[in-house]
Design a protein around this ligand. Sequence first.
Ligand code: NAD
Ligand code: IPM
Ligand code: MN
Length: 358
Amino acid sequence: MTRHRILLLPGDGIGPEVTAAARQCLEAVAAGFDLSFAFDEAPVGGAGIEACGEPLPAETLHRARTSDAVLLGAVGGPAWDAAPRRPEAGLLALRRGLGLFANLRPVKVFEGLEDLSPLKRDRVVGADLLIVRELTGGLYFGEKREGEYEAFDGCAYTREEVERIARVAFEAAGQRRGRVTSVDKANVLATSRLWRRTVEDHAQAWPEIALDHLYVDAAAMTLVTQPARFDVVLTENLFGDILSDEAAVIAGSIGLLGSASLGAGGPGVFEPVHGSAPDLAGRDIANPAGAIASAALLLRHGLGLPGPAQALDAALADTLRAGVRTLDLGGVTSCTRFAASVCERLDRADRLADRKAV
Ligand code: NAD
Ligand code: IPM
Ligand code: MN
């Protein structure tokens, strides 16, 4: 039996709580599908600073590189806001170190949660989109200068960087509803004009995919006025960061969203879209759904196990449909209890599958 090596990077704040919940679900999946997972754990972010003085200790990066997939919680918190190297730098170094240029952030409305969004029900029903965010370029990784009276963040993109993320978006659209909306600021930014030209050229090879372009300001508006209009949203690093938090409004809570960060063949990092939520940390009240959805993405994209991924997604959707809700969703269920509910549903689903097989 293949032993899949999964590295857990719980990080800070609610990171350890939601990661433990997702691990519990992965263990239930392993039991149900006769899979073998070997879990290892290492510090990152503030936890890395405390343990080794570095937000991404060399040993953590090494263990990430030699794993099959990485499940990350979240990094950051007020304790390190004034630190010379912030916890967030560890996450960026991990993405860069593993070459994870493609960040997939699926957003959809879970059945039963349609009224949780502050948007009107008829707007959110049917919303199901995938944000494909470029993750290792742009302002995040450009030249930086930070003085007392002047600071500078450079934004650069190469044609090759745009092409490889465009390929990911078009491939994804081919598996979905066949539409890519590329989001840029080509009326102002040179990098956006390169982005748009490159995406246009790339689209020539995909006649079956419908491509359109939106400026990021208009995209921000359209995301909340007509969310169901979108299929795949292709965008650069900073725009993707901002739009994905905005898109959480469609689902009802940022605690529901998972993500996959993928590169060219090495291990991927799977993490919820939310941060370390210091206001909730240590109270067992965070919503682990985003981490559990990330674990399903890990099974699908990280380990190539679509069946188990689908079972975990279904158990998560069933749990939410049944009204099991954490505080952010207007409920009282704890983080650990929510995960236990997902595991119970996985057990039932497996027993059902067994019976069908007999
Ligand atoms: P945040 O996502 O941590 O919190 C924003 C709001 O959403 C808060 O009200 C929080 O309570 C709520 N929330 C977040 N996750 C939730 C969950 N699972 N269940 C229920 N409610 C949830 O964003 P922030 O407050 O801007 O940032 C806090 C820290 O996290 C900062 O240090 C920031 O840099 C860091 N951060 C890290 C990541 C990451 O590790 N990927 C992502 C975003 C922010
Ligand atoms: C995210 C986070 C990170 C980002 C931060 C913590 C570096 O906001 O994963 O969305 O900006 O990419
Ligand atoms: Mn973000």
